[in-house]
Design a protein around this ligand. Structure first.
Ligand code: GLY
Length: 292
């Protein structure tokens, strides 16, 4: 067993965080990381930890995912999420789904229990009901089916997507991405978060999870590109830095990325004002939370 493993890195979204919101973001990524790490300490897999950690962020109501996700222009939540099993090079994704508190669990169900990888909209919701009926996970939240909110009454300068990368004691990598998307999006719009290689990517060597404006992240396939840099010989921090530079040069936009390789080496980069991040490596005493 490596002293470097297991390890979990969690982000709460890169963006123009209001100063008073930053401690809230830091608090919630820290709790999320602890939830995920506890799963690892009890012998759970990287996938189990990644799901639990992301569920916390979706359910806390303070981050742009799940219950706290931004509303679309019509005042509904349409949520996107993806979970990746790096060892198997497998993923499950869900896009523009309403009425689901934890789209990350639905994404995992799609990966593990269907012959497909990606469901969207109304039919993802049908699959959600099937998932509940089969007892795969429990129903938690129904607010997205309530009458729409008045989106003008909400501040749109909140943060972006949440995500994590986890490596368990066996060196297996899992990662996630989950979001309410961009503010006041047109119904049906889907960003990078559920798009394999864009919002997140993992194989047996390295995992990455990105955050930022989806239209820009998709254009440079940011997460896959970052992992490719590691395959080409860069260390993980250098790969994170290079992917950020490439992203900024190609799009002129803001984003962030977190990465861990199978040995537990990690890196992160952002050109945004803030991206709350927590890392726990080896033991919970190592926990570090920073604003970017
Ligand atoms: N990164 C989240 C989105 O653009 O939807």
């Amino acid at each position: 067993m490596s002293e470097q493993l297991p390890v979990i890195m969690v982000h709460g979204g890169a963006g123009k965080w209001k100063d008073e919101r930053i401690p809230i973001g830091m608090k919630h990524v820290e709790i999320a990381a602890k939830c995920g790490f506890e799963v690892l300490e009890k012998g759970g897999s990287a996938l189990d930890a990644a799901e639990v950690c992301t569920m916390y962020m979706e359910s806390c109501g303070e981050l742009n995912a799940g219950k706290g996700g931004r509303w679309n222009k019509d005042g509904y939540h349409e949520l996107d999420a993806m979970i990746i099993d790096g060892e198997k090079l497998q993923f499950g994704s869900v896009a523009a789904v309403a009425g689901v508190e934890n789209p990350i669990s639905l994404a995992r169900y799609i990966m593990e229990k269907t012959d497909y990888n990606f469901f969207a909209g109304q039919n993802a919701r049908v699959l959600f009901e099937r998932m509940l009926a089969e007892g795969y996970r429990e129903r938690r939240y129904k607010r997205s089916l309530d009458p729409p909110v008045h989106v003008d009454s909400y501040d749109i300068e909140t943060a972006d997507t949440v995500g994590c990368v986890v490596v368990d004691e066996k060196g297996r990598i899992a990662c996630t991405s989950s979001t309410g998307g961009i503010p006041k999006k047109t119904p049906g719009r889907v960003g990078d978060s559920p798009v394999f290689g864009a919002g997140a990517y993992a194989n047996e060597l390295c995992g990455a999870s990105a955050t930022g404006y989806g239209e820009h992240i998709m254009r440079v396939v940011m997460s896959r590109t970052a992992v490719l840099y590691v395959e080409q010989g860069l260390d993980v921090q250098a790969a994170a830095d290079k992917s950020m530079k490439m992203f900024e040069e190609k799009t002129g936009s803001e984003a962030g990325i977190i990465m861990i390789d199978s040995k537990g080496n990690h890196g992160r980069a952002t050109n945004a004002k803030a991206m709350p991040v927590t890392i726990i490596q080896g033991t919970v005493q190592s926990l570090v939370t920073e604003i970017k």
